[in-house]
Design a protein around this ligand. Structure first.
Ligand code: SF4
Length: 211
């Protein structure tokens, strides 16, 4: 019998939960403000690059107030190696200003409030909600999308539809952990170009096996 998307999702959770490290983080900042800025900077670059740049950026601007008053060109110079630095600099300074002006310098832990900040979409907001607030969060990035589509958990293409569909298939207490273990699986095994299907523990439940 062909497994349903729900069965694929639950089996993927069970298998990867057992074989993945207990705590998975890709960006090293743990302070809500610093993590939020790091996630905004992480578009189209590597987490390693963001972690290096973040160290320098937060030595210079450790608080939302500091970054809100920063000179834009100085910020651009620091974050240049992350790519798209004009837009990213505007967004991180704009977000710092919005935190100071609208949220008392604190990062709000609410989806609607988070996505009101410049450069913050649902993916970025979900990282904050999952990692900082320990709330249910499906984090739809490029790795997550590729893996859930290949396994056959969803055929949706729009990120928000993917988020809704996966959220519907799993209990909410699994959402954040599922996001992280699937993301890690995409980085380590189910690569974009050459997925390692021959060593993949999820293969029995994967609609694309062998790819
Ligand atoms: S069997 Fe292949 S395509 Fe399916 S999840 Fe594993 S690595 Fe990816």
């Amino acid at each position: 019998m062909v497994p349903t998307p729900e069965t694929r999702a639950r089996q993927t959770y069970t298998i990867l939960d057992r074989t993945s490290p207990p705590d998975i983080t890709f960006l090293t900042q743990t302070d809500p403000f610093k993590l939020l800025v790091s996630v905004i900077m992480s578009a189209q670059t590597t987490d390693r690059q963001v972690n290096e740049v973040a160290t320098v950026l937060f030595q210079r601007y450790p608080t939302p107030g500091d970054l809100a008053n920063a000179d834009l060109d100085s910020v651009k110079a620091i974050i240049k190696s992350t790519g798209y630095y004009n837009a990213k600099a505007k967004n991180i300074v704009g977000t710092a200003q919005a935190l100071v002006e609208n949220f008392g310098g604190q990062v709000p832990l609410d989806m609607e409030e988070l996505v009101s900040l410049p450069g913050v979409g649902r993916k970025t907001a979900s990282v904050i909600l999952g990692q900082i607030a320990h709330k249910p969060a499906i984090i739809v990035d490029t790795h997550f999308t590729r893996v859930v589509q290949r396994i056959g958990i969803t055929h949706e293409k729009d990120p928000q539809r993917i988020e809704q569909e996966v959220a519907r298939l799993l209990p909410s207490e699994y959402h954040y952990r599922f996001s992280m273990i699937v993301n890690l699986h995409g980085r380590q095994v189910c690569h974009a170009r050459k997925p390692q299907c021959e060593i993949c523990t999820v293969a029995p439940f994967c609609a694309s096996y062998p790819l």
